[in-house]
Ligand binder design. Structure first.
Ligand SMILES: [Zn+2]
Length: 252
């Protein structure tokens, strides 16, 4: 049987409060393992607690998402403590998001705070020897400026950049994460130009449900549809390659 890993899911979110363990069991039965990704301290901790219930197949990434830097200060000591769990295999999601307007800060302050919190998480990743799970929206230039002098590696999740952005992050050694957004936005050229040994599959559940997946709330079971579409665009079956890439990056 084929093996999959959803490298970016949020089964730690309240959206899955009632049935997360049933969904996880179903995924594991179907050979789909997963990384649940934190966006604030609270749900990072939840991701670790969920992962610790399983011997294998369920992992956690911990971090503070750029969109939540107004609500929460990044407490590096608390995250460092959490990172001690063997189930924590990455730091994130972290990064930069210039798409939305801040609620309380000026846009300039907001961007400064996002960069600040991102840098702290890069430090944490380097110190803990973990890769980064990076979120970037309308911020690829600044992201590149920050990452180009760092030794940390990771994945640019839900990649929506252009070919120039792609080339820059590939040259830095980053992996590229694709999910159900490829059913809404045409990323065919980007996918064609991403080498098979740099592609990761993800769902971003509960968000970004692929159109062919007949449920409103996304879950990691949709990974197969995403993998089929990407393989079709690449002209080769890259399912096992993407699985291998994930194990390599996250040291699983
Ligand atoms: Zn996410």
């Amino acid at each position: 049987m084929e093996k999959f890993i959803d490298t970016h899911a949020h089964l730690n979110f309240d959206d899955f409060k009632k049935d997360r363990f049933e969904i996880i069991e179903e995924c594991l039965l179907n050979q789909i393992s997963m990384i649940n990704v934190g966006t604030v301290f609270f749900d990072s901790k939840a991701a670790v607690e969920i992962a610790e219930k399983y011997d294998r197949g369920v992992y956690a990434s911990i971090g503070l998402h750029p969109l939540y830097v107004e609500e929460e200060d990044f407490n590096i000591d608390e995250f460092k403590e959490l990172a001690k769990s063997k189930k924590v295999i990455a730091i994130g999601e972290t990064g930069l998001d210039y798409f939305y307007n801040p609620k309380t800060l000026s846009k300039e302050e907001y961007i400064k705070k996002q960069k600040d919190v991102f840098l702290k998480q890069i430090d944490l990743a380097e110190e803990s020897n973990l890769p980064l799970i990076i979120h970037s929206r309308n911020a690829f230039d600044d992201l590149y400026e920050i990452l180009k002098d760092k030794r940390v590696k990771g994945v640019i999740h839900c990649f929506t950049g252009d070919l120039k952005d792609l080339e820059r992050f590939l040259n830095l050694g980053f992996y590229i994460g694709f999910n159900g957004i490829i059913f809404k936005t045409n990323l065919d050229e980007v996918i064609k130009n991403t080498p098979a040994d740099r592609i990761l599959f993800e769902t971003d559940s509960p968000f970004l449900t692929p159109s062919e997946f007949y449920t409103k709330r996304n879950n990691p079971m949709s990974l197969k549809i995403i993998s089929e579409k990407i393989s079709k665009i690449k002209g080769e079956d890259i399912l096992s390659k993407a699985y291998e890439n994930s194990l390599k990056l996250f040291n699983i």
